[in-house]
Design a protein around this ligand. Structure first.
Ligand code: NAD
Ligand code: TYD
Length: 353
């Protein structure tokens, strides 16, 4: 049996990856390591919580002693590292937490893996440290620029992207310095079920449902490249198993939208699914002060991944948005638990035992 640590598995993307691996690979033991910050929610994983090949361990990736004892408990073969502080607006208010978790946490995880793997009889053979990063490390494109490729120079602007860029460098440094087998992927904006409702799509779906205003930063002209989260998880599965060690792969949807156009699609879809007349919620759009240092455009060229490993997004955006809006409307209890903060108390009680 292979023992795979997935960090941040109680978060948005991590929960999809944990579910995919637990269900698809019964001969893997999936160890989900998550601190359960405000963004971690075990309700995201209710359906697989009792699977025989799944273990949840509450812990902080910044705590090296905890990580060393975890690696001493399980003969870990691979790490898929998603745990991070992930919201740009929070990073603007509190950059230190981002440096701590994203940089120091990644470094601690690398150090624990190194310490453990170098002591194993077969050393680094058949091991992999797979680091999940973002397209935001490449900086901002102008409207007429070509897409981000794997060789685009890093140029992060926000404390979030600066911390992710730094963690990417540490991962590559552990390969170059110690020979650790690593992989890095840089993905565009994800959307889909279980995303914390501080991010644009779930926040706006919930606000439209409740007739609350939709705070569009600036003119809403910024462009993001959106990928359905299950397509990202599928790409990660493929890369984890077939990616070339020390390589970087960009993952993206070839699906660019200005925020304002995307918001209009969301309004139409929510109104239609709620049985509201066309245009009912248009008045909710409210232009507010722009985000500081707001990157104009992100767009990923995922050609390398397509050519080398045959991956392509499986869903058309309209299909993905329809699925996503339906999911949030059908899971109001999930949303209410988060917005009321009740889930935090419930799960903290549960894991005290
Ligand atoms: P998220 O905020 O939904 O989840 C992050 C998870 O990490 C949470 O469960 C949280 O409890 C956990 N965590 C935070 N600090 C921790 C710590 N110190 N120790 C252990 N666990 C901790 O984030 P997400 O949107 O699912 O993103 C996951 C990863 O993917 C991140 O590394 C992010 O940078 C990257 N990424 C996200 C996107 C996106 O669109 N969401 C796009 C590209 C890359
Ligand atoms: P977000 O979901 O925070 O992702 P990121 O900043 O990582 O791209 O935001 C997506 C886009 O939506 C981004 O251009 C900022 C914008 N935005 C708003 O206009 N209003 C909002 O309330 C939020 C959360 C985001």
């Amino acid at each position: 049996m292979k023992h795979i640590i997935i960090t941040g598995g109680a978060g948005f993307i991590g929960s999809h990856v944990v579910r995919l691996f637990v269900n698809k690979y019964p001969d893997y033991h999936i160890i989900n390591v998550d601190k359960l910050t405000y963004a971690g929610n075990l309700a995201n994983l209710k359906d697989i919580a009792n699977a025989p090949n799944y273990t949840f361990v509450k812990g902080d990736i910044c705590d090296l002693d905890f990580l060393l004892s975890l690696f001493a408990t399980y003969p870990v073969d691979g790490v898929i590292h998603l745990a991070a502080e992930s919201h740009v607006d929070r990073s603007i208010k509190d950059p230190f937490t981002f440096a701590q978790t994203n940089v120091m946490g990644t470094l601690a995880l690398l150090q624990a893996a190194k310490n453990s793997w170098e002591k194993r009889a077969d050393g680094y053979a058949n091991k992999l440290f797979y680091h999940i990063s973002t397209d935001e490390v490449y900086g901002a494109l102008r409207f007429d620029d070509t897409l981000f490729t794997e060789t685009t120079k890093y140029d992060p602007h926000s404390p979030y992207s600066a911390s992710k860029a730094s963690s990417d460098h540490f991962v590559r440094a552990f390969h170059d310095t110690y020979g650790m087998p690593v992989l890095v992927t840089n993905c565009s904006n994800n959307y889909g079920p279980y995303q914390f409702p501080e991010k644009l799509i779930p926040l706006f779906i919930n606000n439209i449902r409740h007739g609350k205003s939709l705070p569009v930063y600036g003119k809403g002209e910024n462009v993001r490249d959106w990928l359905f989260v299950e397509d990202h998880a599928r790409a990660m599965d493929l890369i984890f198993h077939q990616g070339k060690v020390a390589e970087t792969y960009n993952i993206g949807g070839f699906n660019e939208w200005t925020n304002i156009d995307l918001i209009k699609v969301l309004i139409k879809t929510v109104d239609r699914l709620l049985g509201n007349a066309v245009g009912t919620s248009d008045h909710l759009i409210t232009h507010v002060t722009d985000r500081s240092g707001h990157d104009l455009r992100y767009a990923i060229d995922a050609t390398k991944l397509k050519n080398e490993l045959g991956w392509e997004p499986s869903l058309q955006f309209e299909e993905g948005i329809e699925k996503t809006v339906k999911w949030y409307l059908d899971h109001q209890d999930w949303m209410d638990n988060i917005t009321s903060g009740a889930y935090e108390k419930y799960y903290q009680e549960m894991y005290k035992k």
